[in-house]
Design a protein around this ligand. Structure first.
Ligand SMILES: [Ca+2]
Ligand SMILES: [Ca+2]
Ligand SMILES: [Ca+2]
Length: 633
């Protein structure tokens, strides 16, 4: 491509000369001289013209952009300034795409068309709306483009345009050979224009541009009326090219158009081929004398497709009854590109979305892979969604995380098995559960305990229970795990936040335990995370009563149910005499959040009047309050 663009610093070092440095060369220019730079094909091009220098000797940092003639084909992704004129702050701008506010119409996009680091686009009021009451057309004009020797010329670009009906506001495109007389090639229609994605457009501008030494493109915004200001033009990846195919890149399932004339009215064939793939016909969706629409597919047998490996292809048009036309290197088959993985981490059976381009319209394979001792190890992931927009190439794959070891994995997209794979290194981390809180962190048998955290995933899959909660303790150096009944196990897969409610099992001695949460991937443990408590008596009301009276016992860690081991008894022992009677329990309740409990019991019959010890027992242990209750007659 014989194109040379210069951005550098101009140093005013003398009254009538300037020096341009760009890291490669330093040239001193006198007034009236031009700075030329050798291009890839060896020819010289004008990079900058010296002009009358004011009589100052100060140093200025100035960005100089070329004002030379742009060679053909012309391509601009707006990452550098190629010499468009008409910029003004808040009007026509070249800067990173910036999402705007929604109303009315769709806001400006937050990203440029092809994923690039600079994110630059050409747009009107980038990140905002065009103003109301613009009195005239606001213009941005391309550099001069030399189309000498081209008998067909196409203007192609990606558009994100929002503009009110042309009864109110205007967006137009013009072409010129002299920058004075302009030919209108586009005006927004009477229905409002509301792009909500980057949209490819192509115009055959041959009638103005074919064979011409000077071609200029002009976009305009306005005039606008007094109400309804939309977000206006956003333009990216603009080309002036003889290639009639557009978009000129894609993959299996991509649709493209071919513009021209003399195709005939009867449907012919379109072939794709190169040195590695013999000419192969693709699906023709529409055929007219001036426009053909195709899809890059060839069905070999139902469900089996011809593979077009990534590469540059010739496109051959075969009309019925007239000679074929070959457009050399007119279409590029692209490998898949991964832009983002919606969650960088997750646990078994989560659905993860991968966004990108050129995934194809037929389901391929996606793997999680890492370097094992014997080389790469990978697991094929179940695919629940595999889509691609056949025009823009934008796509989404949703896969299910397999049960695999917690690790950082590469995400590998494999289209049709035979094409080169696309990999996002370290793109996904398979993650075991993470416990963030245990509420409450102590309790007794039967209490419901809530564990909150991340990556709990699913409790049960295909009838197999993977989700488990244990309390663990050590006896003589041996770790013993007691399984806890799980009441509920929930995960919000959008955020990976989850909640588990388990019940403290019976049969554990009072003490401090480690809490373990396990799922299909692994286990998280909170050491000393939970304390099992025996009941504690706080008070007895009233402290005296006769047989049959209802007495209230207040305390902690009674447990929410009496169960088979729950017991309240009155006891007296002195001089070898032991009197002990179990009391009939009327109610046994506990607040699991606070551990506070209340028991109502009846004073037993046949107890001699005396002052007794009171004992409460549950499956964890007992508490005794000496000489607290007096039986009276
Ligand atoms: Ca761009
Ligand atoms: Ca308006
Ligand atoms: Ca805008």
């Amino acid at each position: 491509m014989n194109r040379a663009i210069f951005i550098g610093i101009v140093l005013w070092t003398a009254i009538t000369a300037l020096i341009i440095t760009n890291g490669f060369a330093a040239n001193s220019l006198a007034h009236g001289e031009v700075y030329k730079q050798k291009t890839d094909n060896g020819s010289s091009q004008t990079i900058a013209s010296a002009y009358v220098v004011p009589s100052v000797t100060t140093t200025h940092d100035v960005v100089v952009t070329s004002s030379d003639i742009q060679s053909f084909p012309f391509f601009d992704d707006f990452s550098t300034d190629k010499g468009w004129s008409g910029y003004e702050p808040g009007g026509w701008e070249r800067r990173p795409a910036q999402a705007g506010t929604p109303e009315p119409g769709n806001p400006d996009p937050g990203e440029d068309h092809s994923a690039s680091e600079d994110n630059y686009v050409l747009g009107y009021a980038i990140g905002g709306n065009y103003p109301e009451n613009l009195p005239e057309e606001k213009e941005i004009i391309s550099p001069e483009i030399d189309c000498t020797g081209m008998d067909r010329v196409f203007l192609k670009f990606w558009r994100y345009l929002n503009v009110e009906s042309s009864e109110s506001d205007y967006a137009r495109i013009y072409i010129s050979n002299d920058r004075t007389n302009w030919v209108l090639i586009y005006e927004n229609p009477e229905t409002g224009t509301m792009d909500n994605q980057w949209t490819p457009v192509v115009y055959d501008i041959s009638r103005v541009a074919a064979g011409e030494k000077s071609v200029f493109i002009k976009f305009t915004m306005g005039p606008t009326d007094s109400t309804g200001n939309y977000s206006g033009w956003n333009i990216d990846d603009l080309e002036v090219t003889p290639n009639p195919v557009y978009p000129a890149e894609g993959t299996i399932g991509s649709e493209f158009t071919i513009q021209g004339s003399g195709f005939g009215t009867k449907k012919g064939k379109v072939l794709i081929g190169n040195t590695s793939l013999a000419n192969t016909s693709v699906t023709v969706l529409f055929w007219s004398d001036r426009l053909i629409r195709c899809r890059l597919t060839k069905v070999l047998t139902p469900g089996v497709y011809k593979v077009f490996p990534p590469g540059i292809y010739d496109v051959t048009i075969v009309p019925q009854g007239s000679p074929s036309t070959i457009h050399s290197e007119a279409f590029v088959v692209r490998p898949p590109e991964i832009y983002s993985i919606d969650q960088g981490a997750g646990t078994a059976w989560e659905q993860i979305a991968v966004r990108g381009k050129f995934f194809g319209t037929v389901k391929g394979k996606i793997y999680l892979e890492h370097d094992g001792a014997e080389g790469p190890e990978r697991k094929n992931c179940k695919v629940s969604r595999w889509t691609m927009d056949s025009t823009t190439g934008e796509g989404e794959i949703v896969f299910v995380v397999p049960r695999m070891l917690p690790k950082v994995y590469d995400v590998v997209v494999d289209l049709y098995g035979v094409l080169p794979e696309t990999e996002e290194a370290g793109g996904f981390t398979v993650t075991p559960p993470e416990i963030l809180s245990i509420q409450p962190s102590d309790g007794t048998a039967g209490d419901g305990i809530t564990v909150r955290g991340n990556f709990f995933g699913l409790k049960t899959k295909n009838g197999i229970v993977y989700g488990k909660v244990h309390l663990m303790y050590s006896v003589n150096g041996n770790l013993i795990k007691k399984k806890c009944p799980v009441v509920s196990w929930t995960t919000d897969f959008a955020t990976d936040e989850g909640e588990i409610v388990f019940v403290v099992p019976p049969g554990l001695a009072p003490g401090v335990y480690d809490l373990l949460v396990t799922n299909g991937v692994g286990t998280d443990a909170v050491l000393s995370g939970f304390t099992v408590k025996a009941p504690e008596i706080v008070d007895v009301l009233p402290k005296a009563g006769k047989a049959g009276d209802k007495i209230i016992l207040v305390g902690n860690y009674f447990g929410s149910k009496k169960g088979t081991e729950g017991n309240v008894s009155l006891r007296y022992s002195a001089n070898g005499t032991v009197i002990k009677k179990n009391c009939s329990v009327v109610t046994w309740t506990a607040d699991p959040a606070t551990g506070e409990g209340t028991i109502e019991f009846l004073v037993p019959k046949d107890l001699p009047p005396w002052t007794y010890d009171l004992t409460i027992t549950n499956s964890v242990g007992s508490d005794v309050e000496p000489s607290i209750f007096t039986v009276v007659e």
